[in-house]
Design a protein around this ligand. Structure first.
Ligand code: FAD
Length: 463
């Protein structure tokens, strides 16, 4: 590592702008559901988000991956389902759709998601602090007392009985001294700059797949087990397509495609002719600002490359145009905290149930491969596995919970639990736990877990 110089900042007084029961850092799927759950359970709650909307990666055109298990039983309900119901009600989502590859998926209009999430947070009484970056925790003797934020008003302090880190990278937990794991950048799952294309003739894509079944994935063992029938594309107007390796290969060989990813991932959005593209892949460290900045540069170049490829090579894209790119490059994996329990590959493979289970996941381990060229799918849960409460409780730190993709898990298990439906379900548990702990004047670690499970069951979240 190059030599780092340090300066000493002068000591200063920081104004306390709020004193709350629960402070949630980050307004992605885990964060906004945590905040709604905390507020609905009676906690005075603030949610701090660096951007100007709620949704995080849910605001990029990505669909929610599975609310179901392989038996097609719905294993995630509660606030996440309420959100989907509201999106369906206003015509912003067709609801859940079963899929041979992803168990089920739920496509929705990302702009409407932002609106509905905000509506639900406001109705619950969540105080929102947008345009605000969470800088670090306020901590004394390993006990978190609140957090320090930075925004246009300067540096400010927020005191809180319980803090939830839903930043996606465990920014707060790590700054508070929680142990964590992070793999080398060269083997971390790559990230992707999502973008949307409009005026796409989706029927033409469907016809192409039916005529060219070889364009569907059949290379890995997992893919062979989950054969995509072209019939699926005949019957479904809304789908996720993973494939078209043949067209990517042809374009690459002709020098017309330079991006890392060797296959197309396309998600049909609710509006006719609109699709989200998950292809502009970059290898970088999402918890390092310089690396992130470079990734935005590379990601944007890749978007142009991929969009040109789609227009030139993929039937149905001839008259399409770029609608927009995501608000930032998507990060799949950075830091994973080490909590009181670490979820493992075996737990996922064996549909493990836990006495302190607080949410479920029906997805398989989907770890994008080192080098960024191929995607690995390994093993698979059938009935779905539990997320233990202990995965939300970082070791060595009190009054702090973690929700979302950074909960305590090995990298393989993280490949499953990182999906947004599970992040939201975990968020509901974290928010509920934080509110109960704040009400009882105890730390989240001291919480009676059976009481938490009972509350979650009564509120239709975990059953
Ligand atoms: C390219 C890509 C494709 C994916 N595809 C799918 C898919 O198809 N379906 C699916 O279900 N999942 C998918 N995932 C996984 C899923 O999107 C994420 O794992 C999930 O969004 C994690 O939720 P989260 O709330 O933990 O984090 P995020 O969604 O990243 O939200 C974190 C929030 O915290 C805010 N924040 C971060 N740091 C700070 C700070 N210091 N101060 C203030 N605010 C902060 C961010 O602005 C953001 O709003 C994909 C992920 C990527 C990257």
């Amino acid at each position: 590592m190059e030599d780092v110089k340090f300066i000493v900042e002068p000591q200063r007084e920081t104004a306390v702008i709020m004193d709350v029961d629960v402070a949630v850092a980050g307004g992605g799927p885990a964060g906004f559901v945590s905040a709604i759950a905390a507020a609905r359970n009676g906690a005075k709650t603030v949610l701090i988000e660096r951007f100007n909307f709620l949704g995080g990666m849910a605001a990029t055109g990505l669909p929610f991956l599975t609310f179901h298990n392989l038996l097609h039983e719905q294993i995630i309900k509660g606030i996440p389902q309420e959100l989907v119901d509201r999106l369906v009600e206003i015509g912003a989502s067709p609801g859940h759709i079963f899929c041979p590859h992803h168990v089920s998926f739920t496509t929705f209009d990302p702009e409407m998601l932002k609106y509905v999430a905000l509506q639900m947070a406001e109705e619950a009484g969540v105080k929102l602090l947008f345009h605000t970056f969470v800088a670090c925790p306020i901590i004394k003797d390993n006990v978190v007392k609140g957090l320090i934020v930075e925004n246009k008003s300067g540096r400010q302090a927020i005191l809180a009985k319980v803090v939830i880190d839903a930043t996606g990278d465990a920014d707060l937990a790590v700054a508070a001294g929680a142990p964590y794991e992070k793999r080398e950048v060269s083997i971390l799952q790559p990230g992707t700059l999502m973008f949307r294309m409009g005026n796409v003739d989706v029927d033409k894509i469907r016809e192409y797949i039916v005529k060219h079944p070889e364009s569907l994935p059949t290379e890995t063992e997992w893919e062979k087990q989950r054969i995509w029938e072209p019939k699926y594309f005949q019957e479904n107007k809304k789908f996720i397509l993973v494939g078209l390796r043949n067209l990517v290969k042809e374009a690459r060989e002709k020098g017309d495609y330079k991006s890392l990813q060797d296959f197309v991932i396309l998600i049909t959005l609710p509006r006719e002719g609109e699709v989200a593209i998950n292809m502009a892949k970059v290898i970088f460290d999402g918890s390092n600002a310089l690396s992130l900045s470079n990734a935005e540069l590379e990601g944007r170049k890749s978007v142009m490359d991929v969009a040109n490829f789609l227009k030139t090579y993929v039937p149905g894209f001839e008259n399409s145009y770029l609608v927009d790119t995501a608000h930032h490059i998507g990060v799949r994996e950075t830091r994973r905290i080490v909590g009181d329990y670490m979820l493992t590959k075996e737990d996922v493979m064996n549909d493990k149930k836990f006495d302190d289970g607080i949410a479920m996941c029906g997805y398989f381990m989907d770890v994008h491969a080192p080098g960024g060229r191929q995607q690995h799918f390994r093993g698979g849960a059938i009935k779905g596995f539990d997320i233990p409460y202990r995965c939300l409780v970082p070791r060595n730190v009190e009054n702090l919970l973690v929700a979302g993709r950074t909960i305590s898990s090995t990298f393989e298990a993280q490949g499953a639990i990182r999906i947004m439906a599970t992040c939201m379900a975990v968020g509901q548990a974290a928010g509920t736990a934080a509110a109960l702990a704040a009400k009882e004047g105890i730390t989240p670690r001291q919480l009676n877990i059976q009481r938490l499970r009972k509350t979650l069951k009564e509120q239709g979240a975990y059953f």
